[in-house]
Write a protein that binds this ligand. Structure first.
Ligand SMILES: CC(=O)N[C@H]1[C@@H](OP(=O)(O)OP(=O)(O)OC[C@H]2O[C@@H](n3ccc(=O)[nH]c3=O)[C@H](O)[C@@H]2O)O[C@H](CO)[C@@H](O)[C@@H]1O
Length: 415
C-alpha cells in the first residue's frame, strides 16, 4: 500500500469548544501517518487535553470590535502579527492544507494560508456559522459542518459544504457501543452537570435548588457530579449539603469519558462539543443555552436533539446575565431580588423537566436512544478524509511504502 505522508496545520483558539475537535482531528491525522502542528492563542494553549505529539505555536488573539478605536488598532496589529507568525510557520513546516476551527487565532492563520495559496478548510462546530468563519467562508476551499441546518450560511457557499459532525475525543466515542447504565425505579439517578469548558455561574445557583425541589421518590436517589467555577464551589457544596444531596464537585473534570459513562442524565450548557459528546454516547439532557452566545448559537445547537426527543431545553432569561456583584447600593439590591426571582423560576423549570424525563426508566432510556440517534460517530474520520482530499502539494509529499512509520519531518525524507 502507498501512503502519502503530509503536513497539516490546525488553527483554533479560545475555548475547549474550538480546541477539542482540533485535538481529535490531529490524533486521527497522525494515526494516518501525517504530521500536524497547532496554531492557537495563549488561552487555547492552556486548555487541557492537548496530545503530547502536537506542537503548539502561540500567536496573539486579535479581536476587532467595540467602540474604542484604540481597541480596533490593537486588534488589527495583533491580527497582522498573527498572520506574519503563521506565514513564518508555513515556510518552515510546509503544510499541505490549513484547517481553521474558529476562535480568534484561526482568522490570521487561514488568511495567511489563503495568501500563500495553500488549500484551506474551516470547520464550524455550531448550528450558526460563527463570525470568523463567516468572514473566511468566501476564501476557503471547503466548509465542514456539524448540523443539517446551518444558520447564517450564505447560499452561495452551499456547494462547498460537507456535513461531517463534530469530532469528539476517542475515549468518549468508545462509549457509543456501551449500553446505557442500568437505571431502575429505586436505583441511583446519576446526574452530570457542566457549564462548558469555562463553567457557568448560573448553574451553581439553579441546579442544586431545582434538584432539591424534586419529589422525594427521585430526590433521595440523586447522585450529582457538577463542574463549578472556582469562586462558586464552596457555596455549591453548602447548597447540596443543606439539601442532603450527595455531590462531587470540581472546577474541571479531566475524565469526562468516565463521567459520561456513569451518567443517567446531563444538565448544562449546549456548547458544540457538549452536544457532540451527549449524542455520541447517547445521554438524555436538560440543556440551558448560554443566552449571550453569539447569534444565540447555543439555542440553535439544541434544536436537533430536542426535536428528536433526546433533550429538553430551558431558556435562561437575558436579565440574569449582569452580575449584581459588579454594582453598588440600591441598584445591586434590586438586581439581586430580580435575579433571585428569575433563578427560582429556572430551578422550578429544571425540576419540572426532570420529573417529566425521569418519571420512569423507559422515558429516560428512550430519550437516551433518541440522543444517540443524533450522533455523528464518523465525524473525525470523515473530516480527516475531507482534509486528505485537499492539499496535494507534491513537492512536500513523502511517499511512504507499506505503511512504515513516517520520518520525523516529511520534507527531509524527500531529500
Ligand atoms: C462560553 C462559550 O463561548 N462557549 C462556546 C465554546 O465552547 P465551550 O468550550 O464553552 O463548550 P463546548 O461544549 O463546546 O466544550 C466543552 C468541552 O469541555 C469539556 N469539559 C467540560 C467540563 C469539564 O469539567 N470537563 C470537560 O472535559 C466537555 O466535555 C467538552 O468537550 O465554543 C463552542 C464551539 O464553538 C460553542 O458552541 C460554545 O458556545
Amino acid at each position: 500500500m502507498t501512503v502519502v505522508s503530509r503536513h497539516y496545520v490546525l488553527a483554533a483558539g479560545g475555548t475547549g469548544g474550538h480546541l477539542i475537535p482540533a485535538f481529535a482531528l490531529a490524533t486521527e491525522l497522525v494515526k494516518r501517518g501525517h504530521h500536524v502542528a497547532l496554531v492557537t492563542d495563549s488561552r487555547g494553549a492552556a486548555i487541557p487535553g492537548k496530545p503530547d505529539f502536537l506542537p503548539a505555536h502561540v500567536i496573539p488573539a486579535g479581536r476587532l470590535g467595540g467602540k474604542n478605536p484604540l481597541n480596533w488598532l490593537r486588534g488589527l496589529r495583533a491580527i497582522m502579527e498573527g498572520r506574519r507568525m503563521a506565514l513564518r510557520l508555513f515556510e518552515s513546516f510546509q503544510p499541505s492544507a490549513v484547517i481553521g476551527f474558529g476562535g480568534y487565532p484561526a482568522f490570521p492563520a487561514v488568511i495567511a494560508a489563503h495568501k500563500a495559496g495553500l488549500p484551506t478548510i474551516i470547520h464550524e462546530q455550531n448550528a450558526v456559522l460563527g463570525r470568523v468563519n463567516r468572514f473566511l467562508a468566501d476564501k476557503v476551499d471547503a466548509i465542514a459542518t456539524a448540523y443539517r441546518e446551518i444558520a447564517r450560511l450564505d447560499p452561495k457557499h452551499e456547494g462547498k459544504v460537507h456535513l461531517v459532525g463534530n469530532p469528539v475525543r476517542e475515549d468518549v466515542l468508545a462509549l457509543r457501543e456501551q449500553p446505557y447504565p442500568p437505571f431502575t425505579e429505586d436505583g441511583l439517578l446519576r446526574v452530570l452537570v457542566t457549564g462548558g469548558s469555562q463553567g457557568a455561574r448560573v448553574l451553581s445557583e439553579v441546579v442544586p435548588d431545582g434538584l432539591a425541589m424534586l419529589q422525594p421518590a427521585l430526590r433521595t436517589r440523586l447522585q450529582v457530579t457538577q463542574q463549578c467555577r472556582a469562586e462558586d464551589i464552596d457555596a455549591v457544596r453548602q447548597r447540596y449539603a443543606s439539601h442532603g444531596i450527595p455531590a462531587e464537585l470540581a472546577t474541571y473534570f479531566e475524565d469526562m469519558a468516565e463521567r459520561l459513562a456513569d451518567a443517567h442524565l446531563f444538565i448544562g450548557r449546549s456548547g458544540a462539543s457538549t452536544i457532540a459528546e451527549l449524542t455520541a454516547v447517547g445521554r438524555p439532557a436538560i440543556l440551558i443555552p448560554l443566552p449571550i452566545a453569539t447569534d444565540d448559537h447555543q439555542a440553535a445547537n439544541t434544536r436537533e436533539m430536542v426535536e428528536a426527543g433526546g433533550a429538553r431545553a430551558i431558556r435562561q432569561p437575558m436579565a440574569t446575565v449582569p452580575n449584581p456583584a459588579n454594582y453598588d447600593g440600591d441598584r445591586r439590591n434590586q438586581m439581586l431580588r430580580q435575579q433571585a426571582g428569575l433563578f427560582h423560576d429556572m430551578a422550578k423549570d429544571i425540576c419540572r423537566q426532570i420529573q417529566a424525563i425521569a418519571q420512569d426508566p423507559h422515558s429516560l432510556g428512550n430519550a437516551a436512544h433518541a440522543a444517540w440517534n443524533c450522533g455523528y460517530p464518523n465525524a473525525t474520520s470523515d473530516l480527516a478524509d475531507l482534509v486528505e482530499s485537499f492539499g496535494a502539494a507534491p513537492l512536500m509529499d513523502v511517499i511512504r511504502m507499506g505503511g512504515a512509520a513516517p520520518a520525523a519531518a516529511g520534507r527531509e525524507a524527500t531529500a
